[in-house]
Design a protein around this ligand. Sequence first.
Ligand SMILES: CSC[C@H]1O[C@H](OP(=O)(O)O)[C@H](O)[C@@H]1O
Length: 360
Amino acid sequence: MSLENVTHIDNVRLSDGGDAVVIIDQSLLPNETKYLTLSGREELFEAIHTLRVRGAPAIGVFAAYAACVLAGQTRETSYEAFYRRFSADKAYLDSSRPTAVNLRKALDYMDDIVRANAGRPVPKILEAMKSGALKLHQENMEMSQAISENGMELIKDGDGILTHCNAGPLGTFHYGTGLGTLFLARERGMTLHAYCDETRPLLQGARLTTYELQSAGIDCTLICDNMASIVMKEGKINAVFVGCDRVAANGDTANKIGTSGVAILARHYGIPFYVFCPSSTIDFSCETGDDIKIELRDPSEIKEKFFIKPMALPEVKCYNPAFDVTDHALITAIVTEKGICRESYTESLAMFKQPAHPPR
Ligand SMILES: CSC[C@H]1O[C@H](OP(=O)(O)O)[C@H](O)[C@@H]1O
């Protein structure tokens, strides 16, 4: 792949007929690039739950398209029956993963559209839903570009950037969020060096981030998660760039498990720690990070998933939180599509408080 291909990757889209969602199966990358065309209720749920589609923004747009696809399968003609069926599908899709707020926000947005078109013929409601989902996709692409542009003031030629998990085009859209500035800098002829945490247990850093960066011709070095301290201590890192899954009103940020540890290390070594956040990932209903639900995943991801043989006895207990919360005090700045927000985040994030999509 080239830089252009990476930043325009077709990771999530509605099928030409509008009756399925087409994704790259991220669970198979980097060894296999396989496109899936999904239209079944259970397979759409499973794609989110098993991270075939992953990354907060990508999950949100996928869910909006999935809601359109399932609504298009209804045979209901009355609005009441249509809305009952939509509501059941919405609740089902929403239950696939709890932490990334983009999932719930995208489904709520589709709900707003359906209710704003109450009483219209079902085909007209379906048209409005599809138009809304396409608009959400476009907005995410535009936010990614703006975030990446805003991140440019945080880097200089030759910088070393530590990344954790994957917040590139695969998990978002266009340039990406946490990685977007790296792609934009490359496009503008700058040289940066990325040190990529592998990000156990599902290895999004090893499998996806290095795949994207390497394909785009960006110098990257894969490290184990327990090597973050030594590369900081050796002066290889000028900044840490991460994405996010849910940002509370005070700036506490949920991101992939291990992020808070990286933030603590960065503070110890005096290295700036930046969260790249589309406004769609801010949740003002969470006053602090304590209000963010952390997804607990299956122990097999720790003991077996990427090993030829299990690497622990089957009876060994495991604890597999998929995210953790970084205290706002450890975050140097939150880079959004509207600019760079700094403490106090309660005040600086407040500009995003108005509803992104007032009902039509
Ligand atoms: C900008 S992508 C956001 C976020 O999603 C990843 O989680 P997952 O791979 O489980 O979907 C990771 O936390 C990224 O930072």
